[in-house]
Ligand binder design. Structure first.
Ligand code: DAH
Length: 344
């Protein structure tokens, strides 16, 4: 009997030694076949058990079972070690270093045109202006005629126009036609609105002009509205948009829909008026056209010019953004170059 026990113990020692040599799952499977399988060494060793006496048999059975449990436990541990090692090897072969910092995700942000548009809107909204939405596709009548530019008026040449195949229908060249929509909707109530939106011009695309850009129009109509109301509003706007204490200059100008008309300049935000590339060494940047609403336009909107007066202004959104950011080419805004969009 003790011989069989010794044999089993020796078998366990040998099997454990062999197990440490197994280096792969294939080798642990082979080891299982050799020692614990149906035709393996343990089964073999127990072949003579039938000829043992009834007292010996349970003892041998117990020892054999202990060996089997010990070897099975050792096998599981070895398999786990090998699985870990194989995983490590696979990971380092793939070059994944989980301690490296992750790849940054590109986070979207507001487009510079929209950022400027929102800023302009906010400034006027704080002053009590309402936002009025007007169509981008307009009629000849609204874009020109009702703004005091009847057919054949030479001032129509100030705006190169995209016409559609439908006669009399065009893409608005400026936000000014929205003035007529607002007046016709609100007449005879007083009006204080801004009209932000897209404009289109049939122009060569250059550093200074795009086919599509944004404007914000302003319109105030009421009784006793004067040029000083316009001036106060523009000064308040410029201080918020371009920084407190800006110098402003009102230059006489011409627009068919305002009389008198002005263009408003702000002292160059980049060189503080000393003269630089952006202000073309004049020290001044033009920010908007403005004026007192022409009596003909008030009349076209339904208001009696003898009773009502008003002022209006219109500014280019990208233009303002360019001045603020020191960008010297409007084409950057719509060319979708991520380097520009990230920088501004
Ligand atoms: N609509 C003009 C343009 O696109 C800008 C403008 C000038 C708007 C004077 C106005 C204004 O309301 O009073 O060039």
């Amino acid at each position: 009997m003790s011989e069989l026990v010794k044999k089993l113990e020796a078998l366990q020692v040998e099997a454990e030694a062999m197990l440490t040599k197994a280096q792969s799952s294939a080798e642990t499977e082979a080891w299982f076949r050799d020692y614990l399988g149906r035709k393996g060494a343990l089964t073999n060793a127990l072949q003579g058990i039938g000829s043992l006496s009834a007292e010996e048999r349970p003892l041998i059975g117990k020892v054999a079972n202990q060996v089997k449990v010990a070897l099975t436990t050792a096998l599981e541990a070895r398999q786990q070690e090998i699985a870990n090692a194989e995983m490590e090897a696979a990971l380092s072969a793939e070059g994944v270093d989980v301690t490296l910092p992750g790849r940054p995700q590109n986070v979207g942000k507001i487009h510079p045109s929209n950022a400027a548009l929102r800023q302009i809107n906010n400034i006027f909204m704080q002053m009590g202006f309402q936002v009025y939405d007007a169509p981008e596709v307009e009629t000849d009548e609204y874009n020109f005629g009702l703004l005091n530019m009847p057919d054949g008026h030479p001032a129509r040449d100030m705006w190169d126009t995209f016409y559609t195949t439908t006669p009399g229908v065009l893409l608005r060249t400026h936000t000014s036609p929205g003035q007529i929509h607002a007046m016709r909707e609100y007449c005879p109530q007083p009006i204080r609105v801004i009209l932000p939106g897209k404009c289109f011009r049939y122009e060569d695309v250059t550093a200074r002009s795009e086919m599509m850009f944004h404007q914000v129009e302003g319109l105030v109509v009421g009784k006793n509205i004067t040029f000083s109301d316009l001036k106060g509003t523009v000064v308040a706007f410029a201080n918020q948009m371009f920084g407190e204490g800006r110098k402003l200059r009102f230059r006489k100008s011409y627009f068919p829909f305002t009389e008198p008309s002005v263009e408003v300049d702000v002292d160059c935000v980049l060189c503080e008026g000393k003269g630089c590339r952006v202000c073309k060494y004049t020290g001044w940047l033009e920010i908007m056209g403005a004026g007192m609403v022409n009596p003909t336009v008030l009349h076209n909107g339904g208001y009696d010019p003898a009773v009502y007066s008003g002022y209006a202004f219109g500014m280019g959104v990208e233009r303002s953004a360019m001045l603020k950011l020191g960008v010297d080419d409007i084409r950057y805004f719509f060319s979708n170059d991520i380097r520009f969009l990230e920088r501004v």
